[in-house]
Design a protein around this ligand. Structure first.
Ligand SMILES: *Cc1c(COP(=O)(O)O)cnc(C)c1O
Length: 489
């Protein structure tokens, strides 16, 4: 039988090639010796071998286009292919950011409209599309908050508060910007603890970073009071908008008292993410903070009917080369235009309905506790991998066993405040049959945990790779495999 190896060098046969180069019509010149490195051989393959090799590798992977991907907080919705069509239109791909603005009015018009649409959806006055991801948007937002306070002469402020349910990027962005992260505990209902917040507020606080709905999937019922208290202390409120999928067309963060917020176009607005590909994390602000936005942003000169680049008056400066990840903006724009205002509201309502259906069925099943299950959830629900009668089974075992049932596992061990967390976010693009099949798998796994626990400890058994030693992989990564080990075989 033919041996298919995962390693392309093992397929190499000296002298084999995948292309026929035309006869050169210029004199041949040898490559300068200093550029030739014998220790970097290329695998020699036919075109068919190379095609099959990469397709086989891709089929070992898991993707939203292949199955259910309920990774909590990541909003792994289906990304419509029409977005890709739009982003590949030659009018968008064959332009350069340094072109004369007169020659790229269409692209600038799209960016302008996207700025306006994001501002409208979330209730802000101005938007910059520059940041390349959510965490980059957070970093930008934190710098904006600080710049506004420095402009008021408030040099003493250096602390940024964040609840203990916050995404790790919140304290990380705080530290990256050079400030001090302060953690605020949650109360028994999963809200920010108001008394703890009051105790932490003083004239050294820049502001709070808050996620609403929070990472427990719960709408902060005290959000208006939180904003009021922070503002009274001279602070500003940063909204982590990664979870906007739950509230579009229902409530606008700007109306709740939030001053600055980033948006993950690669979550809510259906552009692909994962694997480190390009994202986009625009930042929206209230009028008071608009002068501090990173620039240039697109402005419309109404009288001339012309789009121009504008540098906000007290801009924190540029935080990304050129104008951000433009292709991602085209995809998000397409998605928003495809849905329209009513459609976006339906997206959020369906995402919330799906999550509540999951929460209700898990509560009914009774195998996986949901510590905050007494409240309706928003876009996600957080259960626990603590199955009674199976004390040596942990969330990790359950997640790995789900792979055997052909589901991508939920986010695990986050948020940190839930012991053995299983954070499930279905999004609006999943049908009831798929969600039921996932819940049936969870149900079956609970039985297996009690009857055949060794099956869970060994899982996954049906996947291309078995359970990896993740600690060793993180501590002693081997990032390259040199061909010399096998090239001579
Ligand atoms: C995804 C996410 C982020 C970070 O976004 P990136 O684009 O991955 O940097 C921040 N906060 C929350 C709540 C998120 O879910």
């Amino acid at each position: 039988m033919m041996k298919y190896d995962d390693y392309i060098y093992d397929l190499s046969t000296p002298g084999r090639t995948g292309v026929d180069m035309p006869e050169p019509d210029v004199p041949e010149t040898p490559i300068p010796a200093e550029f030739v490195r014998d220790e970097l051989p290329l695998p020699e393959l036919s075109l068919v071998q190379a095609t099959r090799h990469y397709l086989r590798l891709s089929q070992k992977n898991y993707a939203v286009d292949k199955g259910f991907y309920p990774l909590g907080s990541c909003t792994m919705k289906y990304n419509p292919k029409v977005n890709e069509w739009a982003a590949r239109l030659p009018g968008f791909t064959a332009i350069h950011p340094l072109q004369d603005p007169h020659t790229v009015q269409g692209a600038m018009g799209l960016m302008y409209d996207l700025q306006q649409m994001i501002a409208e959806i979330a209730g802000f006055d101005a938007v910059s599309l520059q940041p390349a991801a959510g965490a980059h948007g957070e970093f930008t937002g934190v710098l904006i908050m600080r710049a506004a306070q420095l402009a008021r002469g408030e040099t003493q402020r250096h602390k940024i508060l964040a609840p203990d349910s916050a995404h790790g990027t919140n304290p990380a962005s705080t530290a990256m910007a050079g400030f001090t992260a302060v953690q605020i505990p949650s109360d028994k209902d999963g809200n920010v603890d108001i008394e703890a917040l009051k105790a932490a507020l003083d004239d050294e606080v820049i502001g709070i970073m808050i996620t609403n709905p929070n990472t427990l999937g719960l709408f902060e019922s005290n959000i208006v009071e939180v904003c009021k208290l922070v503002h009274e202390a001279g602070g500003l409120v940063y909204g982590d908008g990664a979870n906007l999928n739950a509230i579009m067309g229902v409530v606008r963060p700007g109306d709740l008292g939030i001053d600055v917020m980033h948006f993950n176009l690669h979550k809510t607005f259906s552009t692909p993410h994962g694997g480190g590909g390009p994202g986009s994390g625009p930042v929206g602000v209230v009028a008071e903070l608009a002068p501090f936005l990173p620039g240039p942003i697109v402005d419309l000169k109404e009288d001339a009917g012309e789009y121009v680049w504008k540098q906000p008056a007290q801009s924190i400066g540029r935080i990304k080369s050129f104008h951000g990840n433009f292709g991602v903006m085209v995809k998000a724009y397409t998605y928003i235009r495809m849905h329209g205002a009513a459609g976006l509201r339906e997206v959020s309502e369906t995402a919330v309905l799906n999550a509540n259906y999951i929460q209700a069925r898990i509560l009914q099943m009774g195998d996986y506790p949901i510590p905050y299950g007494h409240r309706c959830c928003k876009h996600e629900t957080v259960a626990q991998g603590k199955i009674s009668g199976a004390e040596d089974i942990h969330t990790l075992d359950i997640a790995k066993r789900l792979i055997d049932y052909d589901f991508h596992p939920p986010t695990i061990y986050f948020p940190l405040i839930v012991h053995e967390a299983l954070m499930i976010e279905p999004t609006e693009t999943e049908d009831k049959e798929t969600i039921d099949a996932f819940l049936d798998a969870l149900d079956k796994i609970a039985d297996e945990a009690r009857e055949t626990p060794e099956l869970l400890h060994k899982a996954p058994v049906n996947a291309p790779t078995r359970r990896l030693d993740e600690v060793r992989a993180a501590r002693h990564p081997i990032l390259t495999r040199l061909p010399s080990a096998t090239a001579t075989q």
